[in-house]
Design a protein around this ligand. Structure first.
Ligand SMILES: [Fe+2]
Length: 444
């Protein structure tokens, strides 16, 4: 009875709060009815101590899983082609000590056929979870959904339930909308700041709560709110992590492929140029011949906030490398507004081929930053309405086709095509140095 009363009270509080137009710098896509329907389920999210996360595999046909538990001694995982889990194959679980006296349980499943649906189930202490489907999407003309800065807990005092509920509701709403529109999406890329507090298991449970994330892998990025703590690495089972000299407690850069695309995720909190160069070099050496190369990093070197000195170092250090490694597309977040650039090379709009930089807004609506009074000259699209957005990227032979939606109305706010950036530059210490000098001159 007490529990029911508490839920009713909480629902009323949230319903009342929903009547307020904005919480600090937040702005959500959902209506009051959605929040009221979502709030009673919070206790289920809050108490789900073993929620599983799906990460992208090294290649299509591999999916990586991780979950926390209080005792990993009996953790087990199995996968089957049948929903009743008949003829299931048991996959070994790697268990290690993790954040908050938890154990981190990780599983890598390879050899899955594209175009086929499988079912998986996992357990701690013998009680198997409800089997969940996962479809390995075909590699031809596949689509990836790009978001950033769900940043659960950002809209107010990050430990308060009403703050967590409204941010989590916003994140769930966006995930539902985009996976509903693109049920065939191969995976999701998150540009970082998944949480407000890097060590908050509650916020992590909230981030993992959307039902669609039981079936769609996510390539997460280390944002400035994710660094310095081990939780990110405990919960996300990233492939091909690169052993960096100045790696973070959260993790390092990593890379993976899907179809004819090499995806490289770098930790832009680490400004040590040689570490980023090592990640790029390792990735390109492992997969030298893919048609497309896409980098994800939290901070955007070509932010529309040109005047903000914060970005100078990213442009100088990171973009010079991207120029030399022929990166086609860079995906970022951090600014909490959507923007896209012209193709860029050496600090300027490319005369020929260059790298396009796309920056996502907040995926939950927990916080927005204002656009600068004057946009940088290289910014061709920017969106400053306080509404969550998401971008669908479809990789074809001729182009990367991007479409960006506002989550509330489904209106398309930007659409673009990225063409192959096949400049002849070689990536070596000399070419990177020349590119840095050119970039430096462009910034003076
Ligand atoms: Fe952020």
């Amino acid at each position: 009875m007490k529990k029911i009363t508490a839920v009713i009270a909480l629902t009323l509080v949230v319903a009342l709060l929903a009547g307020v137009v904005a919480y600090a710098e937040s702005g959500y896509a959902y209506g009051e009815d959605v929040l009221s329907a979502f709030a009673p389920g919070w206790s289920e999210i809050f108490t789900d101590d073993t929620v599983i996360s799906l990460s992208v595999g090294a290649e299509a046909g591999e999916v990586r899983f991780a979950w926390l538990s209080s005792d990993g001694k009996e953790a087990a995982f199995r996968i089957s082609e049948n929903s009743d889990m008949s003829d299931a194959k048991e996959i070994p679980v790697e268990t290690s000590e993790a954040t908050g006296d938890c154990m981190s349980n990780k599983v890598t499943v390879g050899g899955l056929e594209t175009g086929k649906t499988y079912f998986y189930s996992y357990t701690e202490k013998g009680e198997w979870s409800e089997p969940q489907p996962i479809t390995v999407q075909p590699e031809e003309n596949f689509t990836v959904l790009f978001v950033s800065d769900a940043q659960i807990g950002r809209s107010g005092e990050e430990t308060l339930e009403e703050v967590l509920i409204r941010d989590t509701c916003g994140w769930n709403y966006t995930v539902d909308k985009m996976t509903g529109r693109y049920p065939e999406a191969a995976f999701i890329i998150s540009g970082g700041d998944q949480l407000q507090s890097a060590d908050s298991i509650t916020q992590m449970k909230a981030y993992l709560s959307p039902e669609a994330l039981r079936s769609v892998p996510v390539a997460n990025t280390i944002g400035n709110h994710d660094k310095g703590e081990t939780l990110y690495g405990d919960v996300f089972n990233n492939p091909n992590e690169v052993n960096e000299l100045l790696g973070d407690e959260a993790g390092t850069g990593y890379y993976y492929t899907y179809g004819d695309v090499l995806f490289i995720t770098v930790n832009s909190n680490n400004n040590f140029l040689f570490d980023t160069a090592k990640v790029l070099k390792s990735a390109v050496k492992a997969y030298p011949d893919t048609k497309w190369r896409v980098v994800t990093m939290h901070h955007n070197p070509y932010s529309a906030s040109l005047s903000d000195d914060e970005y100078s170092e990213y442009r100088l250090l990171f973009s010079s490398l991207f120029d030399c490694y022929d990166i086609d597309l860079v995906l970022s977040g951090h600014d909490h507004f959507y923007s896209r650039t012209e193709p860029m090379y050496a600090g300027e709009e490319a005369k020929g081929e260059g790298t396009v930089y796309v920056q996502s807004s907040s995926a939950s609506g927990s916080n927005y930053d204002p656009l600068p009074d004057e946009l940088a000259s290289f910014t061709v699209s920017a969106f400053d309405v306080r509404v969550p957005t998401y971008t669908a990227l479809t990789f074809t032979d001729s182009a990367i086709k991007g479409t960006t939606y506002r989550t509330d109305t489904d209106e398309i706010i930007d659409s673009f095509e990225v063409k192959d950036n096949t400049s002849d530059s070689d990536a070596n210490i000399f070419t990177v140095f020349i590119s840095m000098l050119k970039t430096l001159f462009s910034m003076i």
